[in-house]
Design a protein around this ligand. Sequence first.
Ligand code: FAD
Length: 412
Amino acid sequence: MTFTPDRKAGLDRLAEFAPRSGSAYASNRNYDDGVPEDGMLSNVSQLSPWLHAGLLSEREVILAALNEHGPGKAEKFIAEVFWRVYFKGYLEQRPSVWDAYKQGRDGALIAVENNSGLAKVYEEAVAGRTGIEAFDQWVRELVQTGYLHNHARMWFASVWIFTLKLDWQLGADFFLRHLMDGDAASNTLSWRWVAGLHTKGKNYAARASNIKRYTERRDGGPLSAEGLNEDPEPLSEETEHQRQKLDLPEAPPEDAFDAPFALLLHDEAASHVPLDLPKAPAAVIGAARPKARSTGEVGELAAKFATGAVENGAAEAASAFDCPALTWEAGANLKDLISEVGVERLAVPYLPTGWTRDALMPGIAPLAEAGSTITLLGDLDRLTWPHARAGFFRVKKEIPGILGELGLAPGD
Ligand SMILES: Cc1cc2nc3c(=O)[nH]c(=O)nc-3n(C[C@H](O)[C@H](O)[C@H](O)COP(=O)(O)OP(=O)(O)OC[C@H]3O[C@@H](n4cnc5c(N)ncnc54)[C@H](O)[C@@H]3O)c2cc1C
């Protein structure tokens, strides 16, 4: 598989996949076809690494599907893209879920260190030596390719939680360390969904028969999964994660860009193109922080994709705007860095709840407090997040209206 971390590769994959984003996607998306020797999968888009890095926007991916198939046939694919936006909006309104995840992960790691029996189960799981053929295969695929099919992620998480009986936060951490698309919102909330914590009391049980059916197209035949706990009880938790009011930044007025400014590109917004700036920046600042995903070691593929995306995005922006590109290294003073290029203001693509915000916000805060930042938030997020208050259903029913407001409605 080739996941080149630049916008061109994302656009090429989008152009190649768009013809299959209609009814073919709806009827084939659940098959986990493994790792094809001759390149990318044909039944799902594998666009998530580019979407997570902001090299492509959800808007342009949706538009490509609509242009090929219209709203009826593209409905399923578009709904899946909205799941990503929904999860981001949900976590934004319940940031305590992210904080609790990190606390739970750290506590679970200490428990592993202090309990040799638990440590053995954990080590065997992450080494792909559980003896459950399907699970062990997905571990290898995740580590070797940096990607896993959605259905495999669901089965994997279910086996991890209910059969291996490991803490869900450790599994979520393992995913974040290796997935090129590792995303604080989609990952944390999907693991919670499988566990029965997102939709309280409704968990996801992986079944050997279902795994066999949807892996049957793999080279070498279907994967077996003996000995699964197929009738598990959902997990529960004491904490009630209260919803916070969304406090989104106003769209900046055009004169906000009159004075010279630098543009920050980061792990979740690595290309200037989707940001659609009204004026050219005087400099581009690249800040990649993949190590902030975890306290453990981040996999080479995930780290390389994130770092490459920001480096390539910064180089492309510098060439498009004919301005210098600087790198903001972890620990360096951001204000000093932008004053090197003679500017005082910084345009910051919105940092949603997650590690990118955790890693960058302390350095940005002094500029923000001095009123020297301009926050950029895309219209799709701005329109969708207010509906991401509870279940996905509320967002789903708003999709036609949101597409209409974005000028993507049928007939536009
Ligand atoms: C336990 C678990 C962990 C996950 N962790 C992540 C993660 O860290 N990062 C991540 O981007 N996705 C995550 N997902 C969601 C989903 O599995 C991936 O987005 C999807 O598999 C990416 O592959 P694709 O691009 O081929 O998807 P496609 O099927 O081609 O879908 C197109 C796009 O829609 C979005 N999308 C599709 N399905 C989902 C979904 N269920 N939830 C959210 N967005 C979706 C993605 O942006 C994807 O690129 C997780 C799912 C589970 C069950």
